[in-house]
Design a protein around this ligand. Structure first.
Ligand code: BGC
Length: 742
């Protein structure tokens, strides 16, 4: 009776009351009496208590979203919807809030619609360049904090798909090509999100490693290769974060859609890894009721096509067991209790602190920008410099951001066009972080001149008459398509060539979603990879260029010399798919361009990224793990066994600096894996002349092979080689250890 009375006390509320209060804040006051609000019970016990009270319709409400705004034309928008990417209706009579999901890969999306501010962080790939789990945590902490302040209770960021395809349009949302690095950074990011009592997520599970044909492609790969690479990244991330959600991807894997793939969802994620949260589909990635439900999908997004009425029928007729529906609901509820969104719902009345967010973003950018070339110590620039030509990429006013569902809205509108409101799909957005102003701040006496870079001759002329030339080049990337090549678009290679020919002190700053080729590399004095550096990016960049700070970022991804060096010189399926122009034209006519299914055959298995270059004896442009500093580091004194390594690093230069010490292991020959694997890393800060001893544990999992017969990871007996140094190619210390038969 008490429950019924409560349900009556909670009429449908508007999205925000006159006081800006969300409905689930109001509900929370009343739920104290419910037995499941007893915090001394475990999240599982609390979820079960709620479950017992629920009707089948209430259960069904929790296992699907409420559509793109509304489920069906004419339906009202649910009262609790906070206008993010998705909303799952709560159960007001039981005090269970709805789930307000917001895209938040590099900051909270869709802020401008409601005049909200969100911090643009450096790209996730940039954060991975820090090799710093704490920066990863801070990254997620900013996102979680701002989601909470904006009234969302779930992040649907957390991309950890590995870079098998360096031209992938979403690489900037992911954390590079190595499973240990990517899993560690993204796991800490989601831990940071959840530290704000906001539901976290890891996506896109799995093998969503290119955008070309993502809704129709079938990734073909052996279980062993998948377990030791892409799945390992997910496994590490999930182990670290214990996220509420895992989002299954659009593509097929070995013949089955990812969101109805029993191997991925049940056998691996839930059984092998013991994942206790819920699997939600990517938006429109559910393809069936029965198969998806039985394979392990727990929540359809964004609508109810398969998990609404059809699931009810299936449960009532027994084709989907009641226990499976209960398991879906249990997983959702237990995650909400475990993370704290029921005990401590967010309040959208709070205002995001933009200064705190900006400072955090700047800190992450400082660690993520990578110095790739520094001939004759052209950098750091002297504050007494007389004149600098700044060229290209709107470096007078802003920094570029990545597009798609990761797009954050720029505060005050786009820095270049001043267009305000929500960013448009596939249209580049510049954020107001001005390289020109920040460079000028370091050299107030210098004459700084800006040239757009569209007129190559004029840019070269300006460079000729300046002491230094800094050319900003960019590659705009976004969800939904890949770059056809790694070459810089829009004639920018010719621009760099012309400027470098005019001025020997030319420094190139790259803002890109991933690796790009540099046919001009030998002609320029300096190269800096800034990724998409975020709202504090220009300040971090200027501090690094002038040596106020030292570079410490290292590449989480190999930079090839050219597309021909890649395992797949051409993107799989690219010739079969409509071009960007065709997609735009079709959209204008409200039609869909034709898509033809195809296989992406990852027959190279584990051979991609640095594994590929090593196994093929190819010399890339810049190897995985590479990054220069204004000082030098000496490695010495390696001792290693199966469990740990110990070595000394000394700062041999005259500036303070931070080295990313990297430990790689090559397995015994019998494993058939002729390449190194990253097994441990640590940032080590050192004063000039200072030495530190570094001891790192090796997680046995990171050097195990997946035994398909025994369906488990195990160590191959034999001799293991250990390599320690500052990049995958520069490993001055080597040793070996033996692993005995089990
Ligand atoms: C993307 C997801 C995103 C979802 C909701 C999909 O197209 O692949 O990453 O979270 O849309 O916006």
């Amino acid at each position: 009776m008490a429950l019924a009375a409560l349900s009556l006390a909670l009429p449908a509320l508007p999205a925000l009351s006159a006081h800006g209060q969300s409905p689930y804040v109001a509900q929370s006051a009343q739920k104290q009496n419910f037995p499941w609000m007893n915090k001394s019970l475990s999240p599982d016990e609390r979820a079960d208590l709620v479950l017992k009270q629920m009707t089948i319709d209430e259960k069904l409400d929790l296992v699907h979203g409420t559509g793109w705004g509304a489920l069906r034309p004419g339906d009202p928008i649910p009262a609790g919807d906070n206008f993010g990417a998705g909303y799952v209706e709560g159960i007001p009579r039981l005090g269970i809030p709805g789930i307000n999901m917001a895209d938040s890969a590099v900051g909270v999306r869709l802020g401008a619609i409601q005049s909200r501010y969100s911090t643009l962080l450096p790209s996730t790939l940039g954060a991975a360049s820090s090799f710093d789990p704490q920066s990863g945590f801070l990254y997620g902490d900013v996102i979680g904090r701002e989601l909470r302040d904006q009234g969302f209770n779930m992040s649907i960021g957390g991309g950890v798909d590995l870079t098998r395809e360096p031209r992938d349009g979403r690489n900037f949302e992911y954390a590079g090509e190595d499973p240990v690095l990517a899993g560690t950074i993204v796991g800490n990011e989601e831990k940071g999100v959840q530290s704000n009592q906001i539901l976290g997520d890891i996506k896109h599970y799995a093998m969503n490693d290119q955008e070309t044909g993502r809704n129709i492609l079938n990734a073909v790969i052996s279980p062993r290769a998948m377990q030791e690479t892409d799945l390992l990244a997910f496994q590490i991330g999930i182990h670290i974060a214990d996220p509420a959600g895992v989002m299954c991807s659009y593509n097929k894997v070995n013949g089955d859609w990812a969101c109805e793939n029993k191997y991925l969802l049940s056998d691996v994620l839930k059984k092998q890894w013991g994942f206790k949260g819920f699997v939600l589909s990517d938006w429109g990635a559910t393809h069936s009721t029965l198969k998806a439900a039985l394979a392990g999908l727990d929540n359809e997004e964004p609508g109810d096509q398969y998990f609404g009425a059809p699931l009810k029928t299936a449960v009532q007729s027994g084709t989907v067991p009641q226990s499976r529906l209960d398991d879906m609901v249990h997983r959702i509820l237990r995650s909400m209790f475990a993370v704290g969104v029921i005990d401590n719902p967010p309040s959208p009345r709070r205002v995001v602190d933009p200064f705190r967010g900006r400072d955090d973003a700047e800190h992450i950018a400082e660690e993520s920008i990578v110095l790739l070339r520094n001939q004759d110590h052209v950098l750091p620039l002297d504050t007494g410099v007389q004149s600098i030509a700044l060229i290209g990429s709107h470096a007078d006013v802003g920094v570029l951001s990545g597009g798609g569902s990761a797009q954050v809205d720029s505060p005050g509108g786009d820095a270049v066009t001043h267009e305000s409101g929500s960013a448009r799909w596939m249209v580049p957005v510049y954020f107001p972080s001005s390289p020109l102003k920040n460079i000028q701040a370091h050299a107030p006496g210098a004459k700084l001149s800006f040239n757009e870079g569209t007129d190559t001759a004029a840019a070269a002329e300006l460079a000729r008459n300046s002491q230094f030339a800094i050319v900003f080049v960019n590659q705009y990337m976004h969800e939904g398509s890949d770059a056809a090549t790694l070459s810089l678009p829009n004639n920018q290679d010719a621009l760099v060539d012309a400027v470098a020919a005019a001025n020997p002190h030319t420094i190139v700053v790259i803002e890109s979603g991933g690796p790009v080729t540099m046919p001009w590399i030998d002609k320029v004095a300096g190269v800096v990879e800034a990724w998409y550096p975020g709202i504090g990016g220009a300040q971090a960049l200027a501090d690094l260029l002038f040596g106020k700070l030292n570079f410490s970022g290292h590449l989480p991804i190999t930079f090839p010399k050219n597309d021909e060096q890649l395992p797949q010189p051409k993107i799989a399926g690219i010739d079969l798919q409509p071009t960007r122009a065709e997609i735009m034209a079709a959209r204008a006519h409200k039609t869909m361009p034709e898509m033809r299914p195809f296989d992406v055959d990852y027959k190279n298995g584990m051979l991609f990224g640095y594994h590929w270059y090593e196994a093929q004896h190819l010399q890339p442009l810049f190897p995985f793990g590479y990054g220069l500093s204004y000082t030098t580091f000496d490695f010495s004194g390696l001792t290693a066994d199966q469990h740990s390594v110990s070595f000394t690093i000394r700062n041999g230069g005259d500036r303070e600096g931070t080295e990313v010490a990297q430990v790689y292991v090559e397995l015994p020959q019998s494993a058939g894996e002729p390449f190194k694997r990253l097994v441990a890393f640590e940032r080590v800060g050192l004063k000039p002349g200072e030495s530190k001893q570094v001891s790192l544990d090796i997680n046995p999992m990171f050097m195990s092979i997946y035994d398909t017969d025994q369906t488990k990871f195990r160590l191959e007996p034999g001799e293991y080689k250990v390599f320690v140094g500052g990049s995958s190619e520069d490993t001055p210390l080597t040793s070996t250890f033996q692993v005995a038969h089990e």
